[in-house]
Ligand binder design. Sequence first.
Ligand code: SF4
Length: 274
Amino acid sequence: MIYLCAISNIRSGACREDCKFCTQSVKWGADIKRFREKPIEVIVDEAKLAKKYKAAGFCLVTSGKSLDDKTLEYICKASKAILKEVDITLIGCNGVATKEALKELKKAGIKIYNHNLETGKSFYSKICSTHSFEERFNTCLNVKEAGLKLCSGGIFGLGESEEDRRELINYLKELKPDGVPINFFIENLKLPLKATWDKKMAIDVIKRVKKEINPKILMLAGGRELVFGSEWVEALKYGVNSIVIGDYLTTKGEKEDLDLEVIKRYKIKVANEC
Ligand code: SF4
């Protein structure tokens, strides 16, 4: 069984945080599309398309540090509009958030909140100086207390050590997320980091997340195409049971039709809800 998840970047760029792996930070001046709010009708159409491509989940992602009041209002509006027309599990990914704001998302129909810890606590200050690991961890706790399902993972190949990866996995283990997305850093000329993952490391990370956390959904997310190419089904052997389909936030993903062809060829059953 595989869970397919599509993501929609509904607010892109212009983030004042300085995460070194992220093209959406104004600090790095990457050449990406920047917009404040994607029109709701466009988001609804994207959700319909995701459903057509068998996505069980549709993730509404906003750039920026936190889920402030205006963002909350916008996400709630988008969520209600989608659910009127499309039967799909909605996921919010809107940064650091209070329990109260998360409860409002839940009332609007969001079922899952994605907030990645990104990397181990000891390494965190090397990749971001504008907010702390603790803020991220506490948001994950808020997600659970608000009654939403938690999706939390990280990004690998940022120059972190083996020990940093172990630390991240230990913190995730403490949170017991329902879903763990695993991303591999995608280089960009404007970003100050070079990718340090290789396939062996990627497989090791997947196996350890499976063994130590064993989440309901273990998702191979950003960087999948670079690590596994079209042979991503290999990752299913190590415990992956979910992939992101379509484009990522600011980088191109695989064509949905090609992924569906592979799924058909290997006779993999596709889950219709998260
Ligand atoms: S807070 Fe989010 S959008 Fe902003 S730079 Fe960091 S990862 Fe990117």
